[in-house]
Design a protein around this ligand. Sequence first.
Ligand SMILES: NC(=O)c1ccc[n+]([C@@H]2O[C@H](COP(=O)([O-])OP(=O)(O)OC[C@H]3O[C@@H](n4cnc5c(N)ncnc54)[C@H](O)[C@@H]3O)[C@@H](O)[C@H]2O)c1
Length: 438
Amino acid sequence: MKIAMIGTGYVGLVSGTCFAESGNDVICVDNDKKKIEDLNKGIIPIYEPGLDTLVKRNVEEERLTFTTSLEDAVEKSLLLFIAVGTPPGEDGSADLQHVLNVARGIGRCMREYKIIVDKSTVPVGTGKKVRQAIQEELNKRGENLQFDVVSNPEFLKEGNAIEDFMKPDRVVVGCEDVRTAEIMKELYSPFVRTGKPILIMDVSSAEMTKYAANAMLATKISFMNDIANLCERLGVDVGQVRQGIGSDSRIGYSFIFPGAGYGGSCFPKDVQALVKTAAANDYRLEILESVEAVNRRQKEVLFNKVQKRFPEGMQGKTIAVWGLSFKPNTDDMREAPSIVIIEKLLSAGAKVFAYDPEAIEEARKVFADRISYGKKSYEVLDQADALLIVTEWNEFRRPDLDRIKSLLKAPIIIDGRNLFEPKKMKALGFDYEGIGRI
Ligand SMILES: NC(=O)c1ccc[n+]([C@@H]2O[C@H](COP(=O)([O-])OP(=O)(O)OC[C@H]3O[C@@H](n4cnc5c(N)ncnc54)[C@H](O)[C@@H]3O)[C@@H](O)[C@H]2O)c1
């Protein structure tokens, strides 16, 4: 099939590349000239495991190309995917300006029947707005063209995006037209060969499904963080409680690891947008309001634990930070808990020496030279007053603890991801604290 992927970010680049990998001709469009220039030189703008190999192969086999020309991509493609950002607006509701700009752009240049597929996460009713924006442009040109608008929300996780896209638990397609539904089913059939469902539903239900899924996952995280904080106060080990409840098949193990709060480009903005959608419809989503509030508080928990270690104040203390990205295997810093923690450390007068395997470049855009960056994990420990583990990259799971102890000024480790056994760490002479562990 001929596909245009408009918006070549985390979702657009991964989806476009995976569609090309299954034999389609894909043109990825972006209005960021530098991004497209880089991609055309073989430079991948994001860190996502396995993506570089897949992009290279599909570019070489001429199934995947990159352009800034929307017009060219629209002309050559039947399926026009919209995968641009939907950041929070000033009041927290989803800002649809990029989606509607693309829709208007499509309306200005399409010359024959097209299927417009919304892959961005958008509130209920956006499908109608996209249709209207395209129609208005066609009317201005006096064109009478048919087109369909489909909602196809994306469920991939950064850090495991290719695997998630290639082997989805389900594909959700909001679509009112039977023929278009068949085309979407054909497009996705290579990815659901193990029998995973392609769920055809109406456009609004598909739009809502994406928000409900993210809101449920964010709820699990905040719930477990809340329980962990209570465990800590009661002298209970949340690690054992997690196994006790995770083994219940109605609950399951995923998304119940306590930690430093959820971040990233999706959960925070999507929970907020859903709360706003409810408010605009005279309803309060009280559970999600609490999910947000618990998450805001959780992002401060690590800082509070460090601060407690230094009753004399943090002025002049150097804190080593392991992990900056919002989760492992990505360089994405959007809404990362590390931002809240580091800003609080800096405000308290501490110096921060940070290491992350992939996110340093993105972190520089946030902190510039207000913090120092190490090229290696152990480098940042030298003469630091404490180590703070914020992101659970694999390389932090089994470090040389003797080396850590010898480098730190005092053997203090505050672990936001519960990577180690508290009893073992204490036996080794560390002043060690996790989240909800005893
Ligand atoms: N990142 C994720 O893990 C994830 C997962 C599922 C769904 N989503 C949703 O997918 C959407 C995209 O997210 P993302 O993380 O890929 O965003 P992103 O910011 O990484 O990428 C968006 C891209 O769109 C481009 N763009 C903006 N306006 C454009 C225009 N008019 N024409 C062409 N390109 C334009 C930007 O330059 C950017 O490269 C969002 O709605 C998000 O909520 C994201």
